[in-house]
Ligand binder design. Sequence first.
Ligand code: C2O
Ligand code: CU
Ligand code: CU
Length: 479
Amino acid sequence: PIYNDYFFNESAYDYHDGGYVPLEKYDSPTVPLNIPEILKPDKETDTDVWLTVHAQPGETQIVPGPKTKTWGYNQSLLGKTIVFKSGKTYHVTLKNTLPELTTFHWHGLDVPGPFIDGGCHAPVYPGEAKEITFKVEQPASTTWLHVHPCPLTGWDVWHGLAAMAYVKDEHEACLPIPHNYGVDDIPVVLQDRRFHEDNQWDYDGDYDPDGTAGPTAMLNGTVNPEFDVTTQKLRVRFLDGSNRREWRLHLSDDLVMTQIASDGGLLPEPVQMTKFMITCAERAEFILDFKDYKPGDKVSLYSDDMPILTFNIKEFAKDDTEIPEHLADTSYPDPEPNAHVHQVVMSGTDEEVMLNGKKFGMMRIDDRQELGKSEYWDITNTNDCCGGMLHPYHMHGGSFQIVSRNGEAPYPNELGYKDTVSVNPGETVRIKMKFNYEGVFMYHCHIIEHEDGGMMAQMQVWTKEEPEKKYNLMAMDTL
Ligand code: C2O
Ligand code: CU
Ligand code: CU
């Protein structure tokens, strides 16, 4: 089948919010889509890789006129793309030359918490550098790096601290799908901003407790981007890197998009659709096939009714390869029959947001799960169907599998590994989660202002050897 449905409850879409900021066309010429360079390792052996990730302030020419003051990783805005090879051990130097403390959160990487995971308990102070070491052992996937100091994540991400981090493995490398970075395999980080006087950003002025948004689409830090298509098939890796916005994507002529991967890697089978909605922090990989177009044609990518990226079709060689019908095995162990079922209740909007009736407490452990055991988590959104919103629920510490939505089957493109799932108002999403590393991990709504506003909690993954292990957790006011 070819789906032409955004699946979620339309009554909860962001455009029904009182504070919704519609996308507007920014009056500036079309420019090539930025493709960030791949971050070069400092050193590499057969088994180990050394990298430096540098959080730095800078200035970026985004729109004509004055440059915008921005922050980024190894560049002035967003970041170089980090590529991890599954099976290798990484020694990452986290360097901070920003004027304030920062953290480096590996969203979607399967690593121990809380210090390597890089949430709010892992500050790197201005002028400091700190080395972390971890082994990457997970399937090929599109993960990302972002800043995570509670409760300043919203401000910091808005200023640019977000980068793509790919995981590669041999299975994915052997599939007949595009792999040529920047040519037929491109990242697209979807964000929105408002440019104020002198092209500066004003997060505090634009702040909305239900999620800060701006009218100008910015893709990979590019406003009004175009991309030259030089191959028949193009793989696009989307990340919703915006603080709040939902992107309802579709192409001119309702061109079919074939989804091959979600947050945690390849889907079991490709899923074809003409409409796709991505919510905060989710990733999705698609293959677009331009076989029916000829040089000189243009194809637009839209979000709702706003064109946000133009594909310029160039000469390309005919490509008859077929996307395999089976992409990956994605079995997830079932919990034991009487295993505990965790409850997560996301409630409220604006300043009233809470998780399980509480605001986030950095020193409080809200839940516990044993290392290596699979358990169900029931994630409920108690917002009212009318006037409520979708809350994209995210869990640190690994990937989960979606079991059901209000007892019904998940959406057809939700059968792969996920780390973020949007929950409709009045809905309970059941997920199966197994942690492969110990530590303290956060879980929260990924509308960043909701997470900063307290719709967040943390859990401890405990081990038989040391069930009550104490971690050196930071208090909120130490930031
Ligand atoms: Cu994208 Cu707490 O994470
Ligand atoms: Cu995360
Ligand atoms: Cu939320």
